[in-house]
Design a protein around this ligand. Structure first.
Ligand SMILES: [Zn+2]
Length: 346
């Protein structure tokens, strides 16, 4: 999926708001695009930057209309749009975390650049990705720029929610929220685009939880490996829960932890899959139609009622705890063993 390909799957309402701002030429100094990772905030920011500076629009050969929206520039190959897409436009500035932070040096450098006149742009655009990664120093430097916005410049920040930023920054931005897409829509797209079975498409869509950019569906071999790993872990999980507290030897539980730990890069994703299944065990009691794994609804209900809700919630917490520990570099094998033993507890 190319970055701009995803826009066909984005929250149309959010794109509609961006379109309306352009059409009414009421572009605020700062926008904040919020929503989960992979939902398409960055492609939307790029489209916006393209639409603001597109040569074909400037020459009257194309237009951002209510019907076509800002997606009208998605396939544009004018000089300006091409430069923006290749990252070589002198007036479109992209700032992203280096490591885990947006460092003050980068914000200062940006501040210096913006103090000069734009080179060629109709509107200079600063795209600050994952703005929540700014430390207090960087935040304050950005705040100064937002208080006295440079000429013909729009800041587009992206973050999961407005609460992830300093209130003084969030309040200076117009917030546009990107809502997750319905699972069925993501599944239908995956099936059509990659020619995979409805069952596999559903499985991938669950993983994406409304956010198509989150799944790397580019390489068929990887996709297949992921589907195999998913089947394996869900099989083991069902076995653990069905035989919970009885006749399941500890050695076989530890073997599951060992096998999980072998592919380190895939562990976090596997734990996410376990969590969606545990979530279903809780949700099926209250609203069965909201269960992600509809194909296994009977089995999910059968297993669910052999546990108390409290016990199910503590299992979800155990997986959360394992994910947290692994992200802070805890011993992988040991962490997974502890988690598996908790999952198998009655
Ligand atoms: Zn263009």
């Amino acid at each position: 999926m190319s970055p701009l390909d995803i826009q066909v799957l984005q929250d149309q309402k959010a794109l509609g708001i961006l379109t309306a701002l352009l059409r009414k030429e009421r572009i605020p100094h700062a926008l904040l695009l919020t929503g989960v990772e992979g939902i398409g905030k960055r492609p939307a920011a790029l489209l916006f930057a393209m639409a603001c500076n597109c040569r074909r629009i400037a020459d009257g050969e194309a237009a951002v209309s209510a019907g076509a929206g800002i997606e009208a520039v998605a396939g544009c190959s004018c000089r300006s749009c091409r430069k923006i897409l290749s990252g070589s436009h002198p007036d479109i500035h992209r700032v992203a975390p280096s490591g885990r932070m947006i460092k003050i040096e980068r914000v200062r450098e940006l501040c210096h650049t913006l103090s000069m006149k734009p080179y060629e742009a109709g509107l200079r655009v600063v795209i600050m990705e994952e703005a929540q990664a700014m430390n207090p120093e960087s935040s304050n430097a950005l705040l100064k720029m937002l208080e006295e916005p440079p000429d013909r410049t729009v800041f587009i920040l992206t973050a999961p929610t407005p609460d992830d930023l300093l209130p003084t920054i969030a309040s200076r931005c117009q917030t546009i929220r990107f809502h997750p897409l319905p699972q069925a829509r993501v599944a239908a797209m995956l099936q059509e685009r990659y020619g995979i079975s409805p069952e596999d498409a559903d499985a991938l869509a669950i993983l994406a939880t409304g956010s198509p950019g989150r799944i790397d569906t580019g390489r068929p071999a990887e996709r297949q490996a992921w589907i195999r790993r998913r089947r394996w872990i869900l099989g083991r999980l069902a076995e653990m829960l069905t035989r919970s507290g009885r006749d399941l030897p500890v050695s076989s539980l530890l073997a599951v932890a060992e096998r999980l730990s072998r592919k380190k890069a895939a562990v976090d994703g596997m734990l996410d899959i376990i969590k969606t299944w545990l979530r279903d065990l809780v949700v099926c009691r209250h609203c069965p139609d909201q269960v992600y794994h509809q194909e296994a609804l009977n089995e999910i209900q059968r297993i669910s009622f052999t546990f108390t809700e409290k016990s199910l919630l503590s299992k979800i917490e155990a997986v959360d705890a394992a994910q947290r520990d692994l992200r802070s570099n805890a011993n992988i094998r040991l962490t997974l063993e502890v988690m598996v033993l908790q999952l198998a507890k009655k």
